[in-house]
Design a protein around this ligand. Structure first.
Ligand code: PLP
Length: 355
């Protein structure tokens, strides 16, 4: 038998979460964000499960082309636009939509002389200070696009820095709406957090990512409370058991010392599988469906689990790193990171099974 680690991806959960996104934003079109290999879930499998979405958002041209070649007919948006003018011919050939977020990109697009009109999402910087035109330059950029005759549909967009915090978007959305005034353009503002918390930002296109994968964008509300189902379940097995005496240590650096006799299980999952090395002793994990915690340092191929007092666990017992019994959000919290990072980091050596 091969090494017993795999990630199962639930098509049914993806479909459910997309329905849930529609339930929160019934009037808007949904741009399913499938960048970064669909947050680690597998681009084509995820996109095919999300076939009811109105569009797909990616960051790399290769991902956009792969979606088109797989038969996706909906809008496909390059969320950072293009990185070199050489990409523009393919963008046109594959009928992709692009973000234009800065003057250099705008000039480059206007000089391209593409044979067909391209749909543009023109991005405003409303305080993230990452991508986007300053509000003072935004309408002039829009006018130049209009005058050029090279743009198809133009959508005004922005991206929030703080949508997961109460009141976190107030300034940004006020600035956005004030800047565009009564101009009659399509609009796109909301990521997952804003989609759930701020209906006033739904407008024409919402852009959910993380909720489609069944994780919560909020600290205080769990995915279960939001009506979401986990999509990825990272599973392994116990491959060895050690009985450690009081005073014995576990793992590299002897960072964990047993205060009483302990039964320690060794699970075939480590940081080379994408499990966070900085997850401390005490990170939640499940063995045979029972919750317990990790012990000691996460190694490249293995981590250790407290099996003391856990019924019917043995070599071969099923380990859930995250998924049904243990949410990816609680593992992320324990490891001082966010679910996004854990999901995206799933390593190539982990077999993916789509169910
Ligand atoms: C990644 C991304 C999203 C999705 O964000 P979530 O928090 O995962 O919903 C939306 N819009 C843009 C521009 C993005 O880059």
């Amino acid at each position: 038998m091969s090494r017993p680690i795999f990630a199962s991806i639930s098509t049914a959960a993806l479909k459910h979460n997309l329905k849930q996104a529609r339930h929160y934003a019934p009037q808007a079109k949904i741009m399913a964000v499938v960048k970064a290999n669909a947050y680690g879930h597998g681009l084509l499998a995820a996109a095919s499960a999300l076939a009811e979405a109105d569009g797909f958002g990616v960051v790399e041209l290769d991902e956009a082309i792969a979606l088109r070649e797989a038969g996706i007919r909906q809008t496909i948006l390059l969320l950072s636009g293009f990185f070199s003018a050489a990409e523009l011919l393919l963008i046109s050939e594959y009928r992709l939509s692009i973000v234009i977020h800065c003057q250099e990109q705008l000039e480059s697009f206007l000089c391209s002389g593409l044979p067909v009109r391209t749909d543009i999402f023109l991005k405003m910087n409303t305080g993230m200070n990452r991508l986007g035109f300053a509000p003072s330059e935004f309408l002039a950029a829009a006018q130049r696009l209009l005058d050029s005759g090279q743009a198809g549909n133009i959508t005004f967009m922005t991206h929030f820095a703080c949508a997961e915090e109460p009141g976190g978007i107030d300034e940004a959305s006020t600035l956005f709406f004030k800047t565009i005034g009564d101009k009659n353009f399509s609009k796109s503002l909301a990521n997952s957090a804003a989609l759930i918390r701020y209906p006033e930002t739904h407008c024409d296109w919402v852009r959910p990512g993380i909720i489609l994968y069944g994780a919560s964008p909020f600290q205080e509300e769990s995915a279960v409370q939001l009506g979401l189902l986990p999509v990825m379940s990272l599973q392994s097995e116990i491959i060895a058991i050690q009985n450690v005496l009081a005073g014995g240590t576990v793992g590299y650096g002897k960072s964990f010392t047993a205060e009483k006799p302990m039964r320690i299980g060794i699970a075939a999952c480590g940081y080379a599988d994408g499990y966070p090395r900085h997850a401390p002793s005490g990170t939640p994990i499940a063995v045979s469906g029972q919750r317990t915690t990790t012990v000691g340092r996460v190694a490249m191929d293995m981590l250790c689990v407290d099996l003391t007092g856990l019924d019917s666990t043995d070599v071969g017992s099923k380990v859930t790193l995250w998924g049904e019994d243990i949410s990816v959000d609680e593992v992320a919290r324990a490891a001082s990171t966010v679910s996004y990072e854990l999901l995206c980091a799933l390593a190539r050596r982990v077999k993916v099974i789509v169910t």
